[in-house]
Design a protein around this ligand. Structure first.
Ligand code: GLN
Length: 469
């Protein structure tokens, strides 16, 4: 594996000093992809032509504008891989499902278009659980992605390929979607930064919908600073997703209080995972942040609520794939999509709607209230991302209920529509990545970034590529 420069800033410095051109940069990533993809199954489609034509465009802009390129193109030279749920004009987009095996979109998602005009280079489309249904990457119709730290383990899901592409140096940043944890959990299992914004902070136009009241569009990066840079480019209204709201980035307060929710350290959370979060909390305390114990008493209902609301919305959203307007026939749906369509149709049907869906919506309000009460006391929350480190391939594949529980600590943020940031915090004894999760009130992302950067600086963190392949 070539020793690539890592962060956006490092790459931009090299490009501006003419030490390397964008085309050469793409050459290096392509070499890495050729080597790693057969082993890790990260990309469903590598967009070689597009990457080189984007790179040439950026090289020309650098030549014409010099440092001024930063003004209109703040992410110039940043290589991006998109989860295969993001529509990319002229580039196949499968959503990880054979239903869309040959689908070539006529337009790009807002996020894709915004990154491109900010100077990003699109390198390919990453593997994921079909329709983003999953927590391990194993539900992809294109085969599972492997964890680059140990290929016998899953990398997490559903944005499996996006997390691994960053972890293995096959791209600089990658996009993802998070409906119940699909960015934070694979980031945590793969040792990269994963960011899920506030519901409604980033447009979902052109992104395959999973569950519309929970879906949010975010990204993976090597550092928190990069996550912030990308967010500042993609966020805000586009006139095409009516849930999106513009907001001013509030300056984080001088004195921050960080809540530790008791319920996130309950039974079932591995000791090593807990210890890593406690260690990070201590570091925050040393940096002058006040730690406060808080309660989120309805956390235990989050998974049940999620697995009623989410399939209900899935059953409605997948209705459009009728084999008439898009892609192949409905018989191409995999087992997990079928399971969710059936569950969702059931909880919405006459007589059951009140018993399940309506009740779940009421409990959803209770979970939101928990967070509101907590954020009256603290500015942000620190917690584990997942109860365990990465699990083995096949370990939960035949037991959907076990798989669903992998998201027990990420799902509440989606239910409440609040932002969440997963940050690597070291390695377990078995050599698998550990991480912490920061959550905050709606539109508090800049507080989370400030806290995340503080953590990365104070801990002397340095991004490490996953083992040499
Ligand atoms: N693992 C969760 C699920 O299977 C979350 C998926 C997601 O966030 N897209 O529903």
């Amino acid at each position: 594996m070539k020793n690539l420069p890592f962060t956006i800033a490092e790459i931009q410095k090299l490009l501006l000093s003419k030490e390397v051109s964008c085309v050469e940069l793409v050459d290096t990533y392509m070499e890495n992809i050729e080597k790693a993809n057969p082993k890790l199954n990260v990309f469903i489609t590598v967009s070689k032509d597009k990457a080189y034509s984007d790179a040439k465009k950026v090289d020309k802009l650098i030549k014409d504008l010099g440092v001024d390129i930063k003004g209109e193109h703040p992410l110039f030279g940043t290589v991006v891989a998109h989860k295969d749920l993001f529509l990319t004009e002229g580039i196949r987009t499968t959503a990880g499902s054979k239903v869309l095996d040959t689908y070539i979109p006529a337009y790009s998602a807002t996020v894709v278009a915004r990154l491109e005009s900010a100077g990003c280079i699109t390198i390919g489309k990453t593997n994921c659980d079909a329709w983003a249904h999953g927590a391990s990457g194993e539900n992809s119709d294109y085969g599972p992605t492997k964890n680059p730290w140990n290929t016998e383990f899953v990398p997490g899901g559903s944005s499996s390929g996006s997390a691994v592409s960053v972890a293995s140096g096959l791209t600089t940043i990658a996009t993802g979607t998070d409906t119940g944890g699909s960015i934070r959990q694979p980031a945590n299992f793969s040792g990269v930064v994963g960011f899920k914004p506030t519901y409604g902070a980033v447009s979902r136009y052109g992104v395959t919908a999973m569950a519309s009241s929970l879906d949010s569009v975010g990204h993976f990066s090597q550092s928190v600073a990069d996550a912030e840079k990308v967010f500042d480019v993609v966020r805000g209204e586009d006139g095409k997703d009516s849930t999106v709201k513009n907001f001013k980035a509030a300056k984080p307060k001088a004195k921050i209080k960080l809540g530790i929710p008791k319920e996130y350290f309950a039974e079932g959370v591995e000791e090593e995972v807990k210890d890593s979060v406690y260690k990070a909390s201590k570091l925050f305390e040393k940096e002058g942040i006040e730690l406060v114990e808080i309660n989120l008493p309805h956390t235990r209902y989050a998974i049940s609520v999620y697995y009623i609301i989410q399939p209900a919305e899935v059953s409605s959203n997948l209705g459009r794939y009728d084999g008439v307007r898009y892609g192949g026939p409905r018989t191409s749906f995999g087992a997990e999509a079928k399971r969710r369509i059936m569950l969702g149709t059931y909880v919405l049907s006459a007589g059951y709607y009140e018993a399940y869906y309506l009740k779940a919506m009421k409990v959803r309000s209770k979970i939101i209230e928990d967070f509101d009460k907590a954020f009256a006391l603290v500015d942000a929350i620190i917690a584990p991302v997942s109860p365990t480190t990465a699990f083995r391939l096949g370990e939960k594949a035949d037991d959907p209920l076990k798989m669903y529980l992998a998201d027990i600590l990420t799902v509440p943020a989606n239910i409440a529509g609040i932002p969440g940031l997963a940050i690597p915090s070291g390695f377990s004894k078995a050599g698998l990545p550990l991480g912490i999760q920061l959550m905050g009130p709606r539109f508090s992302e800049h507080t989370l970034f400030a806290l995340g950067e503080l953590y990365q600086n104070a801990s002397g963190w340095k991004f490490k590529l996953a083992k040499d392949l």
